[in-house]
Design a protein around this ligand. Structure first.
Ligand code: SF4
Length: 582
């Protein structure tokens, strides 16, 4: 229940830092808490990282549009702030009104990346909130989590959160607040009753209503523990994207990765079906926003800032991309996009991008050889990649960024050599700088490769050294990677079951290495084990509308080097998503 705003002693230095952050923002909402449902939206990473997240921004904006709701923000404090809070026993407080988090009705975590899970216990302890749901009893704020990471597998957080939200947030947030208001008007929020009601909403998972049994690292059964609770949780998806509010940056600040940039979502879901990509499956079917809606968002963004970033899983496939770039530039804006698909890139698009301030061409070939690109269902030819680089040179762009994965199914050392050879060919035709980002492939839920084991660290390390050895002497090429230890951690957190929550809690107290070493069942069973088709997967509790047989069939086709054509929602029903549409 809302306890009302309560002041807390905050040392001068922390107060100053908060004031400085807020003073540089545009679009911040300040509201009185009185009579409203109060939500503290938490990003379990720093302000700099959290404010770059469009989903986080969307939730903040849409909750504050409601007259009966106040939404404020909190982030993982920087290291020195964390120490200051701990030493002074000062509870973590919200940015806008400096209210301690445990005074809010709802604490909602935005969870896009699994590694952020490790910060959740730290944040809860800073708010004097018990980490496990079972220790919180019926008192205190409701703990809610949502976002891409938790949608594809909510189970690792099942013992920590009261409610986990699966799928796209548009629409459902309103239902959750409506229900809360109804309970609140009735005098009090009886947590158990609220959870039972809310569990009936599409996209809502209440983990305490489900029981899992295990045999080592394998799930043996999933049981519903309460009458009337659905056996699986259907992910929430917006059918008609144009009927939903446009998703765009609500608060701009210079202190983010996209400093002073207004991000605008132009489409959702990617038609290409790359077999390693979660976003390419959980956001199906592909949905393009109407041009007029996107242009409204661009115009609105340009009222506050000069820079607009167009965001989506398949930006270069967006049918109106050139029209939007033309109009945005005409209005005096600088427009940028995320990565481009090399086989549909043309000179006009690159000219438009350059004219609107775009400086770095980002392409993701993912694999060095055509053979491996067929296996992952991204069958772009070497010729197409080289032609795209030639165009970038011709247009006068000076930086080229390339994304690759290492440790893909059926990969050999020769595929690492192929990455280096292709890069050297690109350098021969591109006079600007080339940066390679070569990262370990992490098999993720709801992809055809979800059954595949993570490649051993030494194999990935050896292939990375092959690439580095072959290209690093060439001037103008840089190579970066993340550690293979992080890939192990990501795989464990994304493919784990509810018992992984214990490791998350341990890691927040004694460090990740020790926690992983003592994990039971051992980490290897989650990470390096190939799973069978018959095995129950922890994320089988979630239904994205994609048939499991379809994903398995795609996995087998990949291993055989067979490609699958892109989506065509007008005629295709093969994965089950379009067939399920009402
Ligand atoms: S049914 Fe076909 S068109 Fe629809 S999302 Fe699945 S693959 Fe794409």
């Amino acid at each position: 229940m809302l306890k009302g705003r309560q002041s807390v002693f905050i040392p001068w230095r922390l107060k100053e830092r908060t004031r400085e952050l807020l003073s540089k923002e545009r679009g911040t909402t300040y509201k009185d808490h009185g009579g409203r449902v109060s939500v503290c939206l938490v990003y379990p990473n720093t302000y700099y990282v959290g404010m770059s997240n469009l989903g986080f921004q969307f939730v903040y904006g849409s909750l504050n549009l409601r007259e009966d709701c106040v939404c404020e923000r909190a982030f993982l404090p920087e290291r020195d702030e964390l120490d200051e809070l701990r030493v002074g026993s000062i509870p973590l407080f919200s940015l806008e009104s400096q209210t301690p988090l445990n005074r809010f009705d709802i604490i909602a975590f935005s969870l896009s990346f699994e590694e952020d899970y490790l910060n959740i216990p730290t944040i809860l302890r800073l708010c004097n909130i018990p980490v496990y749901a079972r220790d919180r009893g019926l008192e205190g704020p409701l703990l809610l989590g949502g976002g891409c990471a938790v949608s594809m597998n909510p189970e690792p957080l099942g013992d920590i959160f009261d409610i986990l939200f699966i799928g796209e947030a548009d629409g459902i947030l309103g239902n959750i607040i409506d229900l809360y208001q109804r309970f609140k008007r009735g005098g009090m929020v009886y947590k158990e009753g609220y959870l039972y009601e809310v569990a009936h909403l599409e996209g809502v998972y209440v983990p305490s209503f489900y029981g899992f049994t295990y045999d080592g690292p394998v799930v043996k059964s999933i049981r519903v523990l309460r009458d009337g609770i659905k056996p699986r949780v259907t992910a929430r998806k917006v059918r008609d994207i144009d009927s939903a509010p446009l998703i765009h940056t609500v608060v701009t600040t210079p202190w983010t990765e996209f400093s002073g940039t207004c991000l605008v979502e132009i489409e959702r879901g990617c038609p290409e079906g790359c077999r390693f990509c979660t976003a390419g499956f959980i956001y199906l079917p592909p949905r393009w926003r109407r041009k007029e809606g996107v242009l409204d968002g661009v115009r609105k963004g340009l009222e506050d800032t000069k820079k607009v970033g167009l965001v989506g899983s398949a930006v270069s496939e967006y049918p109106y991309i050139k029209d939007v770039l033309r109009e945005g530039t005409r209005l005096g804006g600088e427009l940028t996009v995320s990565s481009l698909r090399a086989d549909i890139l043309d000179e006009e698009l690159l000219h438009l991008l350059k004219g609107s301030g775009y400086r770095t061409v980002t392409i993701a070939p993912e694999a060095g050889s055509e053979r491996l690109r067929r296996i992952i269902n991204k069958p772009i030819s070497d010729d197409n990649l080289l032609r795209a680089v030639e165009l970038a040179e011709k247009v006068g762009l000076r930086r080229l960024k390339l994304y690759y994965l290492l440790g893909l199914p059926c990969e050999e050392d020769g595929d690492a050599e192929a990455i280096a050879e292709l890069t050297l060919k690109m350098k021969a035709i591109f006079s600007g700088s080339i940066s390679l980002s070569v990262n370990p492939f992490v098999p993720k839920p709801f992809t055809p490769f979800q059954w595949h084991p993570l490649e051993k660290r030494e194999v990935v390390g050896r292939r990375f050294s092959i690439i580095k050895g072959l290209v690093s002497k060439k001037k103008g090429i840089t190579v970066k990677t993340i550690s293979t230890r992080r890939a192990v951690l990501q795989t464990y957190l994304s493919r784990g079951d509810r018992r992984v929550g214990g490791t998350i809690v341990d890691a927040s107290m004694e460090g990740i290495s020790g926690a992983l070493r003592k994990a039971d069942p051992p980490v290897e069973g989650y990470v390096y084990r190939e799973r069978t088709y018959q095995e129950i997967l922890p994320w089988d509790i979630v239904d994205f509308g994609i048939r499991k047989e379809y994903l398995w069939d795609e996995y087998q086709r990949g291993l055989e080097g067979k490609t699958t054509p892109p989506c065509n929602p007008d005629v295709c029903t093969r994965c089950g998503v379009c067939g399920n549409r009402g």
